[in-house]
Design a protein around this ligand. Sequence first.
Ligand code: ZN
Ligand code: ZN
Length: 366
Amino acid sequence: MNVPVPAEILSARLHRVTAAMVGLGIDALCLSIGSDLPYLTGFRAHESERLTMFVLRSDGAASVVIAELEAPMLPEVEGVDVVAWGELESPTAAVDTVLGGASRVAIGSQTWSRFTLALQSHREREWLDAEPLMAPLRMRKDSAEVAALRASAAVVDSVVPQIASLGFEGRTELDLKRTIEQLTLDAGLATVDFCIVGSGPNGASPHHAGSDRIISGGDAVVIDFGGHKDGYCSDTTRNFVVGEPPEGYEAAYAVLQGAQQAATAMVRPGVTTDELDAHARSIIDDAGYGDRFIHRLGHGIGLDVHEPPYLVEGDGTVLEPGMAFSIEPGIYTPDRWGMRIEDIVVVTEDGVDVLNQSSRAFYTVD
Ligand code: ZN
Ligand code: ZN
């Protein structure tokens, strides 16, 4: 799906990326499927065996190499040439021609290996991963991107109280999942990209996909869902308990909520992603649940639901205004229950802007 971005913003992004290329000594950038391309052009390449590739040279010359039959799908972007390849022509040869004498070329990390390998066979060039070039640009969201993330978050927030009023008992996870997906589309997301409904022991599997398990009284249920609106993602997790919570649940929940709140309160420019993860982890650890928090604290979000920076030991990103990411600690007790609280936050000039606003307490449901 293409992303609506005003022409002047696209032009500013193209200038920023070419300046960064000059700084890094990169002669050309090649982008295919994935979100770097819509970030720079508004256009998302069709994932298919026919290659679509955007080639940007460090002097600013830009072309899209695309199958002749798909060329009509391209939005017009000022200053970008269209190179259409016919059904019997080699698309990688067309890219090679556009690249000309470029010797250091950065290529999008999601490009299919069959195309990367074919490009490498045409002539001797040095190929680099484009992520170190693109991630720093994409991590700092501009005000229009923050507004789009906020609008996407508002949709999922509006669905949470509707979920709480559904009857859970006697329904399967998959049945509940389908209802939530429909409610989310009705509330205004263009796509629901994931909806995790993990009841009872299934809640202890963080990426559980939903099953035929019938939800019953005393079950804790983890619900993690989101999708796209105007190109930007939402992602939130809330917790529901059918009737009385299972033993030990409330005490663990208080710790989890405290850790989530403390990490959120720590967000400001200059703090690192590692420090946020370590702070939440130390709170959960000190309460005796350290070995049950089995994943990173969070992930960047924007055009992709998971993108840099990652809130995990070793990431080392120093927070800057405009960075957007999830804060989602979890505690998982195998064979019994799981819990996770997830909000999307944005770093401001002096602190944090929490985009998700639905109540973080667990919801008691029927
Ligand atoms: Zn999530
Ligand atoms: Zn997430």
